[in-house]
Design a protein around this ligand. Structure first.
Ligand SMILES: Nc1ncnc2c1ncn2[C@@H]1O[C@H](COP(=O)(O)OP(=O)(O)OP(=O)(O)O)[C@@H](O)[C@H]1O
Ligand SMILES: [Mg+2]
Length: 286
């Protein structure tokens, strides 16, 4: 994406639509067991779609090893979390603006280091994160795959944990492993399943049913079927062009499916109690 489409820095804080009216932000973590199943694609497009619907969105690149959100948007952030830790930059200076005005907290490597910092530095950074976070309507966190503790902390701090799977048996088995760890070690009881690259709605529902049946037999969790995104060559083209598919192919099959997911999440969001989200970062770091 040309630089003109994605100004490097967002120096203004968002005013917040729902945030302004006193709603807590919707906090969603997108995770998976197996890698490469479409988490970043989903997080980026969901974020841009929410933004297009007038929501103030912060997209957090929580993949501490292989940050990808900036690549999907074709932007090159100048600063990272390290500049925040060193005190060279404040949070608003490291946030980058992407399409539709979405705000991106790039490659948050350094978040894991927060736990080891002195109390004053921790409080300075967490204070900034909590204050800024409260001004958004939604905070979407794109995590790495698997069961590393960073991923688990991000997911455990969110109100909604989206687990992305494909029809591949390995993806299902690994998704089950993530759900089990999040449940047993981090007390997460509810999950939102998204079946990506599905061949049909019926096939996606079968994937959901399989996972849900296994989970029902062995662990005490609720898995909701949030929806499916079809396998769609537009998605591959959009990733190659470093543009969100919802913008590049506004009437394509993947976009239509994504609209359904956005609406389903926003409908669930209206049932989230006010006050559930504050202290998000404190919980991530603890
Ligand atoms: N619905 C889809 N239809 C076709 N191709 C898709 C679809 N979703 C994702 N892809 C392809 O899969 C690739 C991997 O997607 P993505 O990077 O979002 O996965 P990920 O889960 O974030 O991976 P990682 O675990 O490495 O972070 C994309 O580059 C894209 O080419
Ligand atoms: Mg990714």
């Amino acid at each position: 994406m040309p630089a003109s489409r994605a100004p490097r820095h967002a120096s203004q804080t968002p005013s917040g639509g729902e945030a302004k009216r006193g709603f807590a932000p919707l906090v969603v973590a997108v995770t998976s067991g197996k890698g490469g199943v479409g988490k970043t694609t989903l997080a980026v497009n969901l974020g841009v779609d929410f933004t297009a619907r007038g929501r103030k969105v912060l997209l957090v690149d929580g993949d501490l090893g292989l940050a990808n959100v900036d690549i999907m948007f074709g932007i090159r952030p100048l600063y990272t979390f390290q500049h925040l830790i060193s005190g060279e930059k404040n949070l608003e200076e490291i946030i980058v603006r992407g399409p539709s005005g979405i705000h991106i907290l790039p490659a948050s490597s350094g978040v894991s280091e927060l736990a080891n910092l002195d109390a004053d530095t921790q409080m300075r950074i967490i204070g900034q994160l909590e204050t800024l976070g409260g001004r958004y309507d939604a905070i979407l966190i794109d995590t790495a795959a698997g069961i590393s503790s960073n991923v688990m902390h991000f997911a455990a701090a969110a109100q909604f944990v989206i687990v992305v799977v494909t029809h591949e048996p390995t993806s299902l088995a690994d998704a089950y492993a993530v759900i089990k760890v999040l449940n047993q070690k981090y007390n997460v009881h509810r999950f939102q399943l998204v079946v990506n690259s599905s061949d049909s709605e019926a096939a996606a529902r079968r994937v959901y049913q399989t996972l849900s049946d296994i989970a029902d037999n062995f662990i005490d969790v609720v898995i909701d079927y949030l929806g499916a995104i079809p396998r769609d060559p537009d998605v591959i083209k959009s990733v190659g062009s470093q543009r969100p598919f919802v913008e590049m192919f506004p009437s394509g099959a993947a976009t239509r499916a994504l609209h359904g997911l956005s609406e389903a999440l926003l409908a669930k969001r209206s049932r989230v109690r006010q006050g559930d989200a504050p202290m998000l970062w404190t919980r991530i770091i603890e």
